[in-house]
Design a protein around this ligand. Structure first.
Ligand code: UD1
Length: 370
C-alpha cells in the first residue's frame, strides 16, 4: 500500500479547532475500506506561536487532539523575529521528514512562514481556509493570506467568494477546491458537550441576557484612543446587561499600559482567556456577540446569534450577506448595539457546506492529488 506523508501545522489559538477535524479525518481515511490503496501518515507540528495553557493546551485537551509530534517552541516576538524562528525550525523538520504534503490552516504567521519554507524546498502545500480577503493590507493576516495563497499548490476554500478572489488573482481553477468551513466541523462535533456545559449558571448569566465580547486586533487594542472608547462602551453596555470579556494577553497588556481599569464595573465580567467549549456556549446563548475575531463571526453565524464586528472590513463577507454579522466602528458602535438589542435574538442563514463534513472533503482532495 502506498503511504502519503503529511505534516499538519498549527501555531496559534484559531488554528487548533481547524486541525482537530483534519487529524481525525485522516485517521478515519486509513480505517476505511476502499481508501484507494493509499494510507496517510500524518504528523502534527505545533510551532509554539501560542504557548500559554489557556491559549494552547486547553484546546488540545478539549478537542481530543493528540499531543503535537513536534513542537518548535518559537514563542512571541516581532513579526520578523517570530516568522524567522518558525522558518528556521520548520526547515529542519522538513529536511528530516521529507513530507509529500504540508497542510497549513488559517492566516497566522505560522501559516505563512511554513508555506514559504515549503515553496523553496519543492514540498507541496495545501492551504485550508484559502481565498479569504479583507482587501486591507494593514492587517498582518491579509499579508499572510496573500503570500500563502500565491505559493500554495492546493487552495481549499470555505465559501464561493473565496474562489472568486483567487481566480481574480490569476490562480488557476485546477488548484482551487471549494470544501466548506472546517471550523464548523469542530463546532458541530461538539454541540452536545456545549449544550451540557454549565457555564451560564457558574457566571450567573441568563440565556439571551448577556453580551459576549472579545478583542485582540492590534488596530483596536494597540491604540489608546480606540481601546479606551471600546472599553468605555462596554462599561456603558454593562449597565444595561452583563458583558463577558475573556481577555486576550495582548489586550490585558495594553489596558495596563494605557491605565484602563478592568475592575471598576462589576457587570463587565473580565475573565482569563476561556476554552473552546465555554466560548461556543457563550456564543450560542448570548444576546449579542461583539468581537474583532474572524472565527467568532463564523461561529455566531452558525448559531444565528447577532454579531457586531468591530472592524472596517471582513475577509468573511458571507457572515454579513447570509449570516447574522454586521460590521461596526467606534463612532457607530453605540447606535449599532441599541439597534441589535431591538431585533430578534436569532437571525440569518447558515452558509452552504458549513455542514460538519469539510475535513473529509479535504482528505479526499489530498488523496486524489497524491
Ligand atoms: C495571533 C494571530 C491572529 C489571531 C490571534 C488569535 C498573527 C499575525 N496573528 O495574534 O491572526 O487572530 O493570534 O489569538 O499570527 N501572548 C501570550 N501568550 C501566548 C501567546 C501570546 O501572552 O500564548 C502574548 C504575547 O505578549 C504576544 C502577544 O500575546 O506578544 C501577541 O501574540 P502573537 O502570537 O504575536 O499575536 P496575536 O495577537 O495572538
Amino acid at each position: 500500500m502506498e503511504t502519503i506523508e503529511i505534516l499538519v501545522v498549527a501555531g496559534a489559538r484559531p488554528n487548533f479547532m481547524k486541525v482537530a477535524p483534519l487529524m481525525k479525518a485522516m485517521e478515519e481515511h486509513n480505517l476505511r475500506d476502499g481508501n484507494g490503496g493509499k494510507r496517510i501518515a500524518a504528523r502534527l507540528v505545533h510551532t509554539g506561536q501560542h504557548y500559554d495553557e489557556a491559549m494552547s493546551e486547553v484546546f488540545f485537551r478539549e478537542l481530543g487532539i493528540r499531543p503535537p509530534d513536534i513542537n518548535l517552541g518559537v514563542g512571541s516576538g516581532s513579526h520578523a523575529a517570530q516568522t524567522g524562528r518558525i522558518m528556521t525550525g520548520f526547515e529542519k523538520v522538513c529536511e528530516q521528514e521529507k513530507p509529500d504534503w504540508v497542510v497549513v490552516v488559517g492566516d497566522v504567521n505560522s501559516t505563512m512562514a511554513c508555506t514559504l519554507v515549503c515553496s523553496k524546498m519543492g514540498i507541496r502545500v495545501a492551504h485550508v481556509e484559502a481565498g479569504l480577503r479583507s482587501f486591507d493590507r494593514s492587517m498582518p493576516e491579509e499579508i499572510n493570506r496573500i503570500v500563502t495563497d500565491s505559493l500554495a499548490d492546493l487552495l481549499l476554500t470555505p465559501s464561493p467568494d473565496a474562489d472568486e478572489n483567487l481566480k481574480r488573482e490569476g490562480i488557476h481553477d485546477s488548484k482551487i477546491e471549494l470544501v466548506g468551513n472546517v471550523m464548523i466541523d469542530t463546532l458541530v462535533a461538539n454541540l452536545e458537550k456545549v449544550r451540557a456545559n454549565g457555564l451560564l449558571p457558574r457566571l450567573g448569566l441568563k440565556r439571551k441576557g448577556f453580551v459576549y465580547a472579545t478583542l485582540h486586533r492590534p488596530s483596536n487594542v494597540d491604540h489608546q484612543a480606540s481601546l479606551m472608547t471600546i472599553m468605555n462602551e462596554l462599561k456603558r453596555l454593562a449597565r444595561q446587561m452583563p458583558v463577558v470579556l475573556p481577555i486576550h494577553p495582548r489586550t490585558r497588556k495594553t489596558c495596563g499600559q494605557f491605565g484602563i481599569a478592568l475592575d471598576d464595573q462589576p457587570s463587565l465580567k473580565i475573565l482569563e482567556p476561556i476554552g473552546y467549549l465555554d466560548s461556543l456556549c457563550l456564543t450560542d446563548n448570548s444576546r449579542l456577540v461583539l468581537t474583532d475575531s474572524g472565527g467568532l463571526q463564523e461561529e455566531s453565524t452558525y448559531f444565528r446569534t447577532p454579531c457586531l464586528t468591530l472592524r472596517q472590513n471582513t475577509e468573511r463577507p458571507i457572515t454579513v450577506t447570509l449570516g447574522s454579522n454586521k460590521l461596526t466602528r467606534l463612532e457607530r458602535l453605540s447606535a449599532d448595539i441599541d439597534e441589535v438589542l431591538h431585533r430578534e435574538s436569532r437571525f440569518g442563514q447558515i452558509p452552504p457546506l458549513w455542514d460538519g463534513r469539510a475535513a473529509s472533503r479535504i482528505v479526499s482532495a489530498l488523496v486524489s492529488r497524491s
